[in-house]
Every structure is written in structure tokens, then in C-alpha cells.
Design a binder for this molecule. Structure first.
Ligand SMILES: Nc1ncnc2c1ncn2[C@@H]1O[C@H](COP(=O)(O)OP(=O)(O)OP(=O)(O)O)[C@@H](O)[C@H]1O
Length: 314
């Protein structure tokens, strides 16, 4: 048995064109390995291919080529075994408006063949704070309640993997906190969690590993800490008292640039130099420092760097 919850190899997806719309290459051969027990973040801008990847895993979209295994089961060769091992919370809030939350969970459990004696309907409703709405019409639930109900629905067959596709889009902060509390609890009890999000802070806070996908390609996949360790870059802006025509030789050892008439920008990392060394070099060049400010690189910058591409997203 593999140690991986999900293994994706060279997965491609080309959506066929129709009418005037041309075909669309949504996935260009992606590889992803998601270890069992991890809390994995799949990040990417709009149209990057996150939902396509998840929908292929869910069996809602057919892949064009490549392989995907869920808990060791190939999604094409053993679709049923693959499916019982994964619960997917879709991005869209799709509901049968006339079912109550309790009925919805019961129907879903029935679809997965969970015997009545093993159903966890009440437990799940309580876990997502919807027990008091168990018998209300689903259409009367708020957006946040619907999203929580979808999480409960994805968990009826107690899958070892839970995938959440943009779970907090349009969800207020209080609810987001509650959602994550529950997701953390599931994770602590051994569920492998995969979530897609636009929110970097969310992935940073929750996920042990982050993959960034852009234009159908994985541009980075590494432990969150490693990704964050790239954030040791800092830009120092130094304003000097006189105009700087050319870069003084004292600054040639640094990654320095002239910005405007009397401004210098120096990019430093922890290893490369200290702020003190930079300032000393500026003074050694005979420049009079009148002001100084710094810009820290954050995860947002790394994300932008990694997803910056001349290709225009369709
Ligand atoms: N059914 C479809 N037919 C044609 N093209 C599609 C279809 N579904 C998605 N696409 C295209 O495939 C690309 C990837 O879309 P996908 O929905 O997977 O991206 P995403 O990363 O989930 O974006 P978002 O965050 O906006 O949901 C996009 O260019 C999208 O327009």
C-alpha cells in the first residue's frame, strides 16, 4: 500500500471547443503527490486548473491523459474504490432545495451504501453546527450553512480524504474560523485534507504543503515552511541628500539600483548582507542619508513571482 493519499502523474485535460469557442488546454501534464495525513493546499489564480483537477478526482470531468490514484486506486481502472476514499466539497452550492439537511445526508449515505446502523447523520449535523436546522428546508439555509452542509455531505461515507474546493469564497470571517476549526479537527483525527484557495494566508496558516498551479502547470510544490523561508528578501529604499548619477563603486557588491534622482533601492537577503552593511557602504560612497524605508517580501510576492507569465489567461 502506498503512503500517498493522492498521486497524480502527467495529468492533462483538453476541453473540446464548441461553436466558435476553441478547445482549451486546462491541464498540461501535472504531477502531484499528496501524502496520507497531510493538510495540502492547492493554490492558483482564476482559471489555473484547480477545479479541473478536483473534478477529475471526483469523477465529474474525464481526464484527457495521464493517471490519478486515490488511496492507491486508479480512478479509471477502479473508479468505485477510488470514489469511496474521497469526499469532495464542491465550489458551487448545488442543492435540492426541497430536501432537509437530514434527508440530504441520509440520501447521500444511501448512495454510498452506508448501512443505516452505521450512519452518522446526527453526529455530522452537530459537527457542522446544523443540528438545529436538521429538518428545515435546505433552501432556507444561509450561504454559510449550505457550505457547512456540503462538508457534512462529503463526509457521510467517512472517507480518509476530504477535498474542499474554495470553501471560504463568500464566507464571513466568523464562519470561516468555525469551518477551519472543524477541518482541523478532522485532520487531527487522521483525515487527509486538500483545499484549494485564492487566499494565501489561509493556505499559509492551515497547510503543511503548498502547491501552486498556473496555466495548467504546477509551478511549485513544497513544504509551507520551505516556501516561507524564501521570504527572507528585503528591499531597502535609501533617500540621499544629493542626486545620484551613477551607482557608486562602493555599492557594486550589492544588488542595488538607482530609483529616481536621489533614491537607491538595495535588495538584500539574510545571507547576502545586513542593513548596517548597506548603510555603511552608502556612507562610504560619500552620500548623505536623509531617509530610509524597507519593503518585506511576503507570500503574496512569491505567489505573484511564481504565477507571473507572459501568457494571457483565457
Ligand atoms: N467545461 C469547460 N469547458 C471549456 N473550458 C473549461 C471548462 N471548465 C473549465 N474550463 C477552462 O479551463 C481552465 C481551467 O479552469 P478551472 O475551473 O479548472 O480553473 P480554476 O483554477 O479552478 O479557477 P477558479 O479559481 O476560477 O475556479 C480555464 O481556462 C477555464 O476557462
Amino acid at each position: 500500500m502506498t503512503d500517498n493519499a493522492i498521486e497524480i502523474r502527467n495529468l492533462t485535460k483538453v476541453y473540446k471547443g464548441s461553436g466558435n469557442s476553441p478547445e482549451k488546454v486546462a491541464l498540461k501534464g501535472i504531477d502531484l503527490t499528496i501524502p496520507k495525513g497531510s493538510m495540502f493546499g492547492l493554490l492558483g489564480p482564476n482559471g489555473a486548473g484547480k477545479s479541473t483537477t478536483i473534478n477529475i478526482l471526483a469523477g465529474l470531468v474525464n481526464k484527457t491523459s495521464g493517471t490519478a490514484k486515490i488511496w492507491g486506486h486508479d480512478i479509471t481502472d477502479h473508479p468505485r474504490n477510488a470514489r469511496v476514499n474521497i469526499g469532495i466539497v464542491p465550489q458551487e452550492l448545488m442543492f435540492d432545495a426541497f430536501f432537509t439537511p437530514r434527508e440530504m445526508l441520509e440520501v447521500q449515505a444511501g448512495m454510498y451504501g452506508v448501512p443505516k446502523s452505521e450512519r452518522r447523520t446526527d453526529e455530522l449535523l452537530k459537527a457542522v453546527h446544523l443540528f438545529d436546522k436538521a429538518d428545515a428546508y435546505s433552501r432556507s439555509l444561509s450561504g454559510g450553512m449550505k457550505r457547512r452542509l456540503l462538508i457534512a455531505k462529503a463526509m457521510v461515507h467517512t472517507p480518509p480524504i476530504l477535498v474542499l474546493d474554495e470553501p471560504t469564497a463568500g464566507v464571513d470571517i466568523e464562519l470561516r474560523t468555525q469551518l477551519w476549526e472543524y477541518v482541523r479537527e478532522l485532520h487531527a483525527r487522521g483525515t487527509t485534507i486538500v483545499l484549494t484557495t485564492h487566499y494565501l494566508e489561509e493556505a499559509e496558516e492551515l497547510c503543511d504543503t503548498i502547491a501552486i498551479i498556473n496555466h495548467g502547470e504546477v509551478v511549485c510544490c513544497e513544504p509551507t515552511e520551505q516556501l516561507l523561508s524564501r521570504i527572507d528578501e528585503k528591499e531597502i529604499i535609501i533617500v540621499v541628500g544629493s542626486s545620484v548619477g551613477t551607482l557608486p563603486p562602493e555599492l557594486s557588491a550589492f544588488n542595488a539600483e538607482i530609483r529616481g534622482d536621489n533614491k537607491l533601492s538595495v535588495q538584500i537577503s539574510k545571507e547576502s548582507a545586513s542593513v548596517g552593511q548597506v548603510l555603511a557602504a552608502v556612507q562610504a560612497a560619500g552620500l548623505d542619508i536623509t531617509d530610509i524605508s524597507t519593503n518585506e517580501t511576503d507570500l503574496e510576492d512569491i505567489f505573484l513571482q511564481l504565477t507571473k507569465s507572459p501568457e494571457v489567461a483565457a
